[in-house]
Write a protein that binds this ligand. Structure first.
Ligand code: ADP
Ligand code: MG
Length: 287
């Protein structure tokens, strides 16, 4: 490889909003045949809103919102921000939190107004009316957040994310480059499928805990696939590091950016296709 051609490649990358850690990174793009796409914040905007509140018989909607909102106020998760903002809007000022625990990939837990409150995917048993609410929300491609306290589920909040305008076009471009797209998410299967359908991806790996995302990449590699991973979150960092090529969104967290080989500055997935096209072209000139 001639250093000059590689430098041209990295310079052109900067113009396209692609920051490359080092010229040697381009080499790893040569054999990539699979692109794993994180869902939340990567394929979708990650800016979620609270859309619907369901309560079990006897539960008070305002109390469901107040207790859930108070706990989620202490979390940075996109779902948490949507719940806290929506709760404040619908139920007024949120109470103080007496204790708080983040359960990665599942939700939050803590003490509010003397109750042991849990929010997220933390209840095994749901009363039939709430099970129906979860089905209805997920069937519509929304994430269902179960709220309960003192051992019982009492409400369901439906939270919606939006697919980025450029994601479907990006998936088409990646396919045109001969890459197989895979959607990877901690979110439930129904929501994952709805997003996958919207952007034209048919391989979906859902309900993966944050610590298991890297294992999914390793499993694909064990099948002989050469994997590029695109992600934005703290929970994507390990997978970005394990992937043959890690692409971090510049709109994402520092942990993801540090773990990636490339940064897509604008957070636009089409830059992933640009990056692979550019490095192939650069490598072709060197040969
Ligand atoms: P992703 O892989 O799509 O970025 P995460 O791994 O962060 O998502 O979370 C997986 C799932 O865990 C979410 O879809 C949600 O159901 C649940 N969850 C995680 N954090 C929270 C939270 N703070 N509040 C409610 N639910 C949560
Ligand atoms: Mg994400």
């Amino acid at each position: 490889a001639t250093p000059t051609a590689l430098m041209v490649g990295t310079g052109r990358g900067a113009q396209l909003g692609i920051l490359i850690k080092g010229p040697e990174v381009l080499e790893s793009t040569r054999r990539v045949d699979t692109v794993v796409l994180d869902k939340t914040g990567t394929v979708t905007t990650g800016r979620m809103t609270l859309q619907e509140v369901y309560v079990a018989g006897g539960a008070d909607e305002k109390q469901v919102l107040r207790l859930a909102g108070a706990l989620e106020h202490a979390s940075e998760h996109p779902i948490a921000r949507a719940v806290a903002a929506g709760a404040e809007e619908r139920a007024g000022a949120l109470p103080a939190v007496e204790s708080f625990e983040n359960v990665p990939g599942r939700g939050v837990r803590g003490r509010v107004e003397g109750h042991e409150v849990a929010v997220g995917r933390l209840f095994a048993d749901l009363p039939p009316e709430l099970a129906r609410a979860v089905e209805e929300a997920e069937g519509g491609g929304r994430t269902a957040v179960v709220v309960g306290w003192d051992g019982a589920a009492r409400g369901v909040l439906a939270v919606a994310d939006t697919v980025k305008e450029t994601s479907a076009e990006a998936v088409r471009e990646l396919r045109a480059l001969g890459l197989a797209p895979v959607l990877l998410t901690g979110d439930n299967r129904a929501v994952a499928r709805a997003v996958a359908r919207a952007v034209g991806v048919d391989e979906v790996i859902a309900e993966v805990l944050p610590e298991d995302k890297a294992d999914v990449v390793r499993r694909l590699q064990a099948e002989g696939r050469v994997v590029a991973m695109v992600g934005d979150g703290v929970n994507d960092a390990a997978a970005l590091a394990v992937a043959d090529l890690g692409l971090a969104l510049g709109t994402g967290t520092d942990a993801a950016i540090e773990a990636g080989d490339l940064t897509l500055v604008r957070g636009d997935l089409r830059a992933a296709a640009d990056a692979i096209r550019l490095s192939r072209r650069t490598l072709a000139t060197i040969k």
